[in-house]
Design a protein around this ligand. Structure first.
Ligand code: URA
Length: 433
């Protein structure tokens, strides 16, 4: 087989055969196919798309290109959650503790930030000592004992995806639905959970800017999961404004702890309870989603979920005193600078991706892959869309380790609008699967 023929077939709109996809993935992993031919095929896929069969084959071939975790010695239905990512999206952290408190094992393998703000692992590493790299056997033992662990990929999960993702990043082929779906699902299937809820973010701060694209991605993800016998469903949720109030690694850990003490922002708690309700049904702890949601609310408000979080932090080497005294244990920024509203009215726009960029520029996210993060910095929103504001009242607080933040202020002013009136946006648009 010749790679140039595989490229030609896709470029001409043909469905690739299993052999062609296997040849491609093998060549990516072995290094036999040069980057320019991989990139050419990615661009052909970007323009021609892929059939359902091609997407499933690409997913499974990338999945089997590396290690596959065997979690069968953990009793019960293992339930995982994935988010396509957004600004202020710390949902996985408190959610894992909530679902674990229901007695459902949550073995979560997460990632780092791709741009904007940090990813789940970056946020957890704001807790001093927290280890995201633990052995597969320790991961399994911890999930048996605590019912949850959140770690980085162990060993060699989907190496083909690693190489392909790096090339997509520099060839502007990231936002291709078949490529996103196969990338996410190859890693999720390799991670060994039995059931998966996917939170597909939609809007300005998400990969998918429109509801139609988000729906197409959600359907592709769920189709691939169900195709391999996983219990799988997706929710399409809002990412026009940041989720919750905290953006920045330590600030998001602090907000997660507050949520687990029953004092979280309303939108974050609602999302956790809704997703947790589906996970409770998948994990056989509730017969209806409503009953599952009630159970999630109970463990948030009776402290049981907080205790799961404490156990996980302790067992992964983090300082568990962070639960009782987050301000003392988490890194703190030198300066807290408020951004006063220039007019009175109702907040009508907070452009999520630009707020993420502001946090990144303060040092909370990476501009280059190996940039070091400043865990302490970020933004704490004081107002969200639909909230009334008086002229001079703080819209938000900037947490910074540099004194001069005029660039950040003007970026933020340019991306927050105040109008005469505005509605609170919908949080959950659709469920799929
Ligand atoms: N996350 C992934 O793992 N892969 C993608 O392609 C996009 C988001």
């Amino acid at each position: 087989m010749r790679m140039v023929d595989v490229i030609h077939n896709k470029r001409s709109g043909k469905e690739l055969t299993e052999q062609e996809i296997q040849f491609f993935v093998d060549g990516v992993v072995s290094g036999d196919i040069p980057d320019y031919q991989i990139s050419a095929l990615l661009m052909a896929i970007y323009f021609q798309g892929m059939t359902e069969k091609e997407q499933s084959t690409l997913t499974m071939t990338m999945m089997t290109s590396g290690d596959h975790l065997d979690l069968s010695e953990i009793p019960g239905v293992k339930v995982d959650k994935h988010s396509t990512g957004g600004v202020g999206d710390k949902t996985s952290i408190p959610l894992a503790a909530v679902v674990a408190a229901l007695g459902i094992p949550v073995p979560m393998i997460s990632g780092r930030g791709l741009g904007h703000t940090g990813g789940t692992l970056d946020k957890l590493e704001a807790i001093s000592g927290y280890r995201v790299e633990i052995s597969e056997q320790d991961f399994i033992e911890q999930v048996k004992e605590d019912k949850l662990a959140i770690i980085g990929a162990t060993g060699n999960i989907a190496p083909a995806d690693k190489k392909i993702y790096a090339l997509r990043d520099v060839t502007d082929t990231v936002d291709s639905i078949p490529l996103i779906a196969s990338s996410i699902m190859s890693k999720k299937i390799a991670s060994g959970a039995d059931a998966l809820v996917i939170d597909v973010k939609t809007g300005a701060g998400a990969f998918m800017k429109t509801l139609a694209d988000s729906r197409e991605l959600a359907e592709a993800l769920v189709g691939i999961g169900k195709g391999v016998g996983m219990q799988c469903m997706a929710l399409i949720t809002d990412m026009n404004q940041p989720l919750g109030k905290a953006i920045g690694n330590a600030l998001e850990i602090q907000e997660s702890i507050e949520l687990l003490k029953g004092n979280g922002p309303a939108d974050l708690e609602k999302l956790i309870v809704v997703i947790g309700g589906y996970m409770a049904v998948m994990g056989n702890k509730a017969t209806t989603v409503e009953q599952g949601q009630q159970l999630c609310e109970d463990v948030i408000h009776n402290g049981q979920a907080l205790e799961r979080f404490r156990a996980m932090i302790k067992d992964q080497g983090g300082d568990p005193r962070v639960i009782d005294d987050p301000e003392e244990i988490l890194p703190q920024a030198k300066y807290r600078i408020t951004l006063p509203a220039k007019t009175s009215g109702v907040v009508s726009k907070i452009v999520a991706n630009e707020i993420g960029v502001a946090s990144m520029l303060l040092g909370g996210g990476r501009q280059k892959a190996n940039d070091k993060l400043d865990y302490a910095v970020g933004i704490m929103l004081n107002k969200k869309i639909g909230d009334s504001v008086e002229k001079g009242e703080p819209l938000l607080t900037i947490y910074s380790n540099r004194k001069k933040v005029d660039d950040i202020k003007s970026l933020l002013y340019g991306n927050i609008e105040i109008a005469k009136q505005a509605q609170k946006p919908k949080l959950i648009y659709e469920t799929i699967g």
